[in-house]
Design a protein around this ligand. Structure first.
Ligand code: NI
Length: 191
């Protein structure tokens, strides 16, 4: 496995739309090896998720995993999940405020409004159909990763620029309040 370089904000690849892949392509040794690299790179960088486009492969694959993550200590855990050709459908009109960061946007966080309840259709890395509903903070992580595959970065969705902050100032001034709101969302919707 190889740890890949992560594209940083301003690199044009982050603005491309990822192309869908076929089941045959997904089954190839090359793509399966790539998925191993994507997961390895996400783990190495302590990311909650990583989209293929962030490692310079504009194909519609992303990975997510949260397991007591030091970058996001308040985030509920997400088992290792690989989505291929994912499509998100927003269910209902309830949104929540999510403080987001991104491995492609160094040392910056900002508040983004995300749907609290979504339906996700995709394949897993074996090409098996996934059709599931996701709620809460975890739904925010899904939307962030699928946005990458559409050429979007979280900063595009920050509507109040006064919420932008560095890592240190997030911890100093915003993390306690946000962690409290995460706890209340998790208590209400389960993730
Ligand atoms: Ni990101």
């Amino acid at each position: 496995m190889t740890i890949r370089k992560i594209a940083q904000l301003g690199h044009p690849i982050l603005r491309q739309r990822a192309r869908q892949i076929s089941r045959e392509e997904l089954a190839s040794e090359e793509v399966q090896r790539f998925i191993d690299d994507l997961i390895e790179t996400m783990h190495d960088a302590n990311g909650a998720g990583l989209a293929a486009i962030q490692v310079y492969e504009p194909i519609a694959i992303c990975a997510m995993e949260v397991k007591n993550n030091p970058r996001y200590p308040y985030k509920p855990n997400i088992p290792l999940t690989v989505l291929v050709n994912p499509v998100i459908e927003i269910l209902g009109d309830e949104c929540f405020d999510n403080y987001e960061g991104c491995l492609s946007v160094p040392n910056l966080r900002g508040m983004v409004s995300r749907a609290i309840h979504i339906r996700v259709r995709a394949w897993d890395r074996q090409g098996v159909e996934i059709d599931t509903e996701v709620r809460g903070i975890t739904a925010g992580t899904y939307q962030h990763e699928v946005d990458h595959l559409l050429g979007k970065v979280f900063v595009d969705r920050v509507t109040d620029s006064t919420t932008l902050c560095t890592w240190t100032e997030f911890q100093r001034y915003h993390e306690a309040a946000f962690a409290e709101s995460v706890r209340s969302i998790v208590a209400r919707v389960g993730s």
